[in-house]
Design a protein around this ligand. Sequence first.
Ligand SMILES: *Cc1c(COP(=O)(O)O)cnc(C)c1O
Length: 441
Amino acid sequence: MGKGVLNPARPSFLRVGGVLHCGAHSLDDLAERHGTPLYVYDADRALERFRTLREAFAPAAGAPSPALTDTPLHAPRRLLVAYSVKANPNLALLRLFARAGAGADIVSGGELYCALHAGFPPGRIVFAGVGKTTGEMRDGLRSGIRAFHVESAQELEALARVAAELGREAPVAIRVNPDVQSPTHEFTRTGHAAAKFGVPPDEAFELYRRVAEHGNLRAAGVDVHIGSQLREGGPFLRALDVMLEVAGRVRRELGIALTYADLGGGFGIQDAEAGELDVHALGRDVTARLQGRGMELIIEPGRFLVGDAGALVTRVLYLKRSGPKTFVVTDAGMTELIRPSHYGGVHEVSPVNENGQGDAEVVDVVGPVCEQGDFLARDRLLPVPSPGALLCVHQAGAYGFTMASNYNSRPRPAEVLVHGGRATLVRRRERYSDLVRGQFP
Ligand SMILES: *Cc1c(COP(=O)(O)O)cnc(C)c1O
């Protein structure tokens, strides 16, 4: 195991009699009932992860802290855990988090629509993204979201115009690019100077000056998001320090007290290669730095909440030996889970039923899609499965289904949520008719 701490809590998918289960349901049974490929989510695990973060980032002792569980909706809070909707926008999961008191971190008008549909109070929704359209800004303003996380000077001017048109005041947090290097995949690093996200601290200050001057803009908070799958606390703390410097300067020179600091998401989870971020240690350091500043903390976890609460169940179609390689061909591939080929994601893969397995061999688990880059795992030691056997691809609850596509005209899979002992189909498998819907040949 590489960097990070071992996942301390119970894993989601446990073996009973050699067979993987989600709660009381065997993945065998769920696959039988709903077909494969199939996404299975453990609601209890997702909620447990939500509570873990609430506790880890609870305000330091001594700070005035209203009870976290029963804070009235509009009372000032000290901590808002805003679920990053793009990690998994399944409505059943969104509802679960909305009811548990989470906020939502959104990056599009579509996510705003889904978040409101799922019952998130607008006051708990923050809106990030480098390319918000004026239509999306209008929708956000009309629904009364908590703040826009602004990523450029031109975006700020566009927001000001839209707010003026509507006769409203747009709440703003500038997304600061703290120029920290985060040791993660190139495509998930967002907090270094060459990334497209955020603006450098000096420019951020100038944007706050603009906000202060404009009658239709209001400075609400300050924001960063530095990357994904981070296993170390250091980059987060450096980003927080940069944010707090900006907030200090805004207070001194513009006389504006920003009400929140948003640390973004990116809390790393355990996979086949490394352990997870020690969120308790990070939480202690973060809350200690915030103590006495009178600022609310917002965090935007996506993967940490749903990543290991989800798995992709797939059936083995064929075994194929080719030169030095052994390929296990499955009915799921990059169309269902693109992380391995897009980000170098290393998901654990294991047989659903451990009984009667063959000898272990180093294999590639590949999908049916006509791309050489279509694989779920490479050079993995696995008991060689027989055709018809089921495999479980773990840690697939985040950036799994949400990035699924119809490439090769493959209908997208079904999703099942296991909650309090019940397994519910929360999205039906697409049919061939879905592939032609909306086209006018
Ligand atoms: C994607 C994203 C997140 C969530 O990242 P995770 O790695 O899933 O925790 C949080 N904030 C913003 C702005 C994002 O774009």
